[in-house]
Write a protein that binds this ligand. Structure first.
Ligand SMILES: [Zn+2]
Length: 61
């Protein structure tokens, strides 16, 4: 959990720039669902709906 937490905090900003692979985004999303702190971070960067939408349609690289 803590390891996932560090991963999420480190990569959240990159998600907005679409710099993560689909697998990384899914990992972030799974953790944010479990972790109130990271869930808040997601909400801070972007509305959750838009965030989920961006993850859902982003092409795999
Ligand atoms: Zn977290």
């Amino acid at each position: 959990m803590r390891r996932e937490h560090r991963f999420s905090l480190r990569h959240l900003p990159a998600t907005l720039d679409d710099e993560l692979t689909t697998r990384q985004r899914l990992r972030l999303q799974a953790h944010a669902d479990d972790c109130p702190e990271c869930g808040r971070c997601c909400a801070t960067f972007c509305s959750f709906a838009a965030f989920s939408s961006a993850w859902g349609v982003a092409p795999e690289r």
